[in-house]
Design a protein around this ligand. Structure first.
Ligand SMILES: [Zn+2]
Length: 281
């Protein structure tokens, strides 16, 4: 899925990590890119997952087969899901259709649950895990202090290099708006000036607060739409009308799934911002 999904690799002192694993069938392309970047697969220590969605976690099992010294680092909520991936696969098919290819299990012994704030040693540096629920309950962003770089996964939204805009990633059914807002406040203390988006690209040389404000503005636009229209529309009409405003937001997805993606973002925001969402994991 060219230009839709990216992973990040970071090298320090002869070791390296990969952030996210792409789709189940992304492994060969990722490994080819590592080779081009002269990144040695023997010295890959971790595949650090941002969250359980198939376009991020799906390729972990296949990457591990080619990375003999790597473990998968992830949120404890998702250890079971990765070891028995049928639920992740089915959820992935609902949104991505045939782009979501079958997913194999990751052995529990190859997974390492990460704690909030945990520092993963790598060569001469560290990578810090930052729990960042909102997009999903198991979301982790990763901060590399030496590079002042934040790997955002999907928590802030998607970023279009073409329009230089940020768009919401309130995917149904996991999105939780209250948790997302708490995560944004927490991220204000991170001293980053580079943000890397899985979908897709990099913002650099910009204060992290500006990046966080761009994200908040993208979600507030949805919030305002719902506030203005919720008294005059039932839920399904709201989903349809909100979906119609998300055309640009889904340009980052492959053509055939754009319409579905708009629906998942619209429904995810409506459900994820409703009072009944409060208090769920
Ligand atoms: Zn996701």
């Amino acid at each position: 899925m060219n230009g839709s999904i990216g992973v990040l690799a970071y090298k320090s002192g002869g070791e390296n990590v990969i952030f996210d694993a792409g789709m189940p069938n992304s492994a060969s392309e990722i490994l080819l890119s590592l080779r081009k970047l002269s990144i040695n697969t023997e010295s890959t220590r971790y595949v650090l997952l941002s969250h359980r969605h198939i376009d991020h976690a799906g390729g972990a099992f296949a990457l591990l087969e080619q990375l003999p010294n790597a473990s998968v680092g992830l949120h404890p909520f998702s250890v079971k899901g990765l070891s028995e991936p049928s639920k992740i696969y089915e959820g992935g098919r609902e949104l991505f259709g045939d782009f979501a290819t079958p997913m194999g299990p990751v052995q529990t012994s190859s997974m390492q649950s990460l704690e909030d704030g945990e520092e993963i040693r790598l060569g001469e540096g560290v990578v810090r895990a930052i729990y960042s629920p909102g997009h999903t309950s198991d979301h982790i962003a990763y901060y590399i202090p030496q590079k002042r770089t934040l790997y955002c996964g999907d928590v802030l939204g998607s970023f279009s290099v073409k329009t230089a805009k940020m768009y919401p990633t309130s995917i149904y059914p996991s999105f939780d708006y209250a948790k997302y807002k708490t995560t944004i406040s927490k991220m204000r203390s991170i001293d980053a000036d580079v943000a890397v988006f899985s979908h897709f690209g990099v913002i650099s040389g910009v204060d992290i607060n500006q990046i966080l404000d761009m994200s908040l503005a993208a979600y507030r636009a949805l919030e305002e739409f719902v506030a203005v229209n919720s008294s005059s529309m039932d839920k399904e009409k709201l989903v349809r009308e909100l979906k119609a405003t998300l055309k640009e937001a889904t340009e980052i997805f492959p053509g055939p799934v754009r319409d579905k993606a708009a629906e998942f973002i619209a429904r995810g925001f409506l459900e994820g911002s409703s009072p009944s969402k409060m208090g769920q994991q």
